[in-house]
Design a protein around this ligand. Structure first.
Ligand code: RIB
Ligand code: CA
Length: 313
């Protein structure tokens, strides 16, 4: 079977980095057409640098990295250095990237690839705020029906918010963009906090990655040790949640995940609940289902997959 063609839209971020490494380690299943960067965890100049650092670490400098929107569609940018550190990839010291940013902007590249590839062959994988995606949909509405679908990390229902009491970070940063995407009618799969909070890094797993002792895994464990401290202190759990790799793992092994097709709407009007994903998990409204909302994962299977693929790089 030919590999799935994907575009990874990202705001690296250590968890984004692991997701990108997982995708780049899986060329038989995934063809990464492009990586597009967006402002989110850290400002755009840093997410664009970080995306290239990750590609160079993986030895995949042929993957074009396109720079995207440096702020949300209507709001002021909110970043998350308190989680990811000032660089966005704190935890490992890596040289400045040599590979250049690609000439097309992220929005131009998203439009270009979707128009060029056969209809129904490209899947968008947003790992950060949805600004680039929504901007591309607004500039080129014809691309929506050409997509195979969107598999994104964002939102929450049972887990409620990680940025405010009501909202998850990616949706909170640009709720208007999320609303455009959710209302586009595209086939969307949402890997929310409900599932990513079940993909918790454990020390035995980290020890397993350390034991691989490769240039990639040495850097990855440095990133993860730095990254998880925030959530462990906040939630007091066993380990930090690996949010974004769930998107790529879903593409590779959807059997590891489960969820429901439900209606999801985005709060954009209220300051109190801005960016809340109002997920009708219990079907109490007559609003039509518009997303596959993933709520559970086989965590052992997920981490086995991740370890096996990271060892390949
Ligand atoms: O809320 C978690 C999400 O926000 C992840 O994608 C993380 O990288 C940040 O972008
Ligand atoms: Ca992210």
């Amino acid at each position: 079977m030919a590999p799935q063609k994907i575009i990874i839209d990202t705001d690296p971020g250590q968890d984004d980095a692991i997701a990108i490494l997982l995708a780049l380690a899986s060329p038989e299943e995934l063809e990464v057409l492009a990586i597009t960067t967006v402002a989110g965890n850290v400002p755009l100049d840093k997410t664009s640098r970080n995306a290239r650092v990750i590609c160079e670490l993986a030895g995949k400098t042929d993957i074009p990295v396109h720079e995207g929107c440096d702020r949300p569609m209507q709001r002021t940018l909110v970043t998350a250095e308190y989680v990811h550190g000032k660089t966005g990839l704190d935890g490992a010291d890596l040289p400045e990237p040599k590979m250049p940013v690609a000439s097309l902007s992220a929005v131009e590249a998203i439009i270009h690839h979707i128009r060029r590839e056969p209809p129904g062959s490209v899947t968008l994988c947003p790992l950060g705020p949805l600004t680039n995606i929504a901007t591309a949909f607004s500039q080129a509405p014809d691309i929506v029906e050409r997509l195979a679908g969107i598999v994104l990390m964002g939102g929450a229902y049972f887990e409620v918010g990680n940025t405010t009491p009501a909202a998850e970070f990616n949706i909170y940063v640009d709720p208007e963009a999320a609303e455009i995407v959710i209302k586009s009618g595209i086939d969307i799969t949402i890997l929310s906090l409900d599932v990513t909070h079940k993909a918790l890094i454990t020390q035995p797993w980290l020890d397993r990655i350390v034991a691989l002792d490769t240039p990639v895994t040495r850097v990855a464990t440095g990133w993860l040790n730095f990254y998880e401290r925030y959530d462990v202190e906040k939630y007091g759990g066993a380990g930090g949640p690996l949010h974004d790799p769930c998107v790529i793992a879903y593409l590779l092994r959807p059997d590891l995940f489960s969820g429901r097709r439900i209606n999801v709407e985005i709060e954009t009007q209220s300051d109190l609940t801005r960016g809340m994903t109002v997920a009708d998990w219990w079907g109490v409204t007559d609003r039509p289902p518009n997303a596959l909302f993933i709520g559970d994962v086989d965590s052992d299977g997920f981490f086995d997959l991740l370890a096996e693929r990271l060892a390949r790089l």
